[in-house]
Write a protein that binds this ligand. Structure first.
Ligand code: GCU
Length: 359
């Protein structure tokens, strides 16, 4: 009896040790990909073979992306993987999983915190639920335009927010572009605030986005990105809000054709690494990761600008009805969401003011 207990204790200890060893050895950081569809074997700009040919990677990391393969952010991820492979001579292999294969953004962020996923690119809205001060950067009508936002993100303020997520177990590496977001729905053209009344609008899983839709008279429903198309199709919701490339790539324009250019938010996106993953690397490799992330972000921004135009053309050709708000109506939208500043940024008004002053 006693012997049996000793044996089972020994066995359990052995199992624990081997698990710990796998975790600590220089081998792959995460469990092996369950799907063979990892992106590093993917498209146009997928990771290139290293110079040395068959160098066995010391680290195999997983990168989660919820957009499809040809989308600018996913192409940015492939570029990142390619650059990292090149600069480490194949020692670090980043495998990109696109199309939310590793889960929706919320669960990816949770996994990132504990090293289950190594890298990701997510929208700031779900991320701000984990690191509240990020709400500041996605306040409605905060930036004058895209150029203003980029001045902010590329300066001291942007850098501070990248490091700010560290207390949540993540490290911000770079900023990706996601343009401006607009409302669209299946019911009617939105020409005034009145037209927003009672529309059932899907919002991202973010308290601030719920409040924003409410402030505009809509009835918000938070849900994951991947569920929006079928919810529009079945009438569970009347509409949603997003940028041009998302409206187009998800085919939402086919089931919600009224698109209103209100540009209520610019929600930047962050490329992140798990702190647990980063801690496994030497300072030299950490620097390579940071540099490649920044370089991939520049690449994404270029692709973004082109894709925005292409998507706009495509949805127009596909029958979307585009409504531009008059400056007066846009102002009424802006006034309606102004109370959000009090609720979500009262403690950060100094930063909000600094952002506004950036020229
Ligand atoms: C954009 C963004 C996604 C996000 C989505 C959403 O498409 O790029 O990361 O999931 O908005 O509305 O949820």
């Amino acid at each position: 009896m006693k012997m049996k207990r000793v044996l089972s204790t020994l066995l359990a200890t052995a199992l624990l040790c081997s698990a710990a060893l796998t975790g600590c050895s220089g081998g792959s950081s995460s469990s092996a990909p369950s799907s063979s569809d990892a992106g590093s074997s993917a498209p146009a700009s997928s990771a290139a073979p290293s110079d040395g040919g068959d160098v066995k990677p010391e680290f195999v990391f997983r990168y989660a992306e919820n957009q499809p393969q040809d989308y600018p952010t996913t192409q940015g991820a492939y570029k990142f993987a390619e650059l990292v492979k090149e600069k480490t001579n194949g020692r670090i292999d980043v495998q990109v999983y696109h199309g939310a294969q590793l889960g929706d953004e919320k669960s990816v962020i949770e996994q990132l915190q504990f090293g289950g996923i190594d890298f990701t690119r997510v929208s700031l809205s779900p991320l701000a639920e984990f690191s509240k001060e990020l709400n500041v950067l996605q306040l409605p009508y905060l930036y004058r335009d895209g150029a203003h936002m980029w001045k902010v993100l590329e300066g001291e303020i942007g850098d501070q927010f990248l490091t700010g997520v560290e207390s949540s177990g993540m490290i911000g590496l770079s900023w990706y572009d996601a343009g401006a977001r607009n409302f669209y729905n299946s019911q009617r053209e939105v020409k005034s605030l009145d037209d927003m009344k009672g529309l059932k609008i899907r919002v991202q899983e973010s308290e601030m986005m719920m409040d924003m839709a409410k402030a505009l008279g809509a009835e918000p429903t938070p849900m994951a990105y991947g569920e929006v198309y079928s919810s529009l199709q079945t009438g569970v919701i009347d509409g949603a809000e997003n940028n041009w490339p998302s409206y187009e790539s998800t085919s939402h324009y086919e089931v919600a054709k009224y698109f209103c250019i209100d540009e209520h938010t610019r929600v930047p996106e962050m490329q992140l690494v798990s702190k647990m993953t980063m801690d496994k690397l030497t300072p030299e490799d950490q620097q390579i990761i940071r540099d490649c992330a920044k370089e991939s972000a520049l690449y994404e921004r270029e692709l973004w600008a082109a894709r925005e135009k292409e998507s706009e053309e495509k949805v127009k050709a596909g029958g979307a009805v585009i409504t531009e708000l008059t400056p007066e109506v846009k102002q009424s939208f802006q006034d309606a969401v102004a109370p959000l500043y009090e609720k979500f940024a009262a403690d950060y008004m100094d930063i909000v003011n600094k952002i506004r002053e950036v020229q």
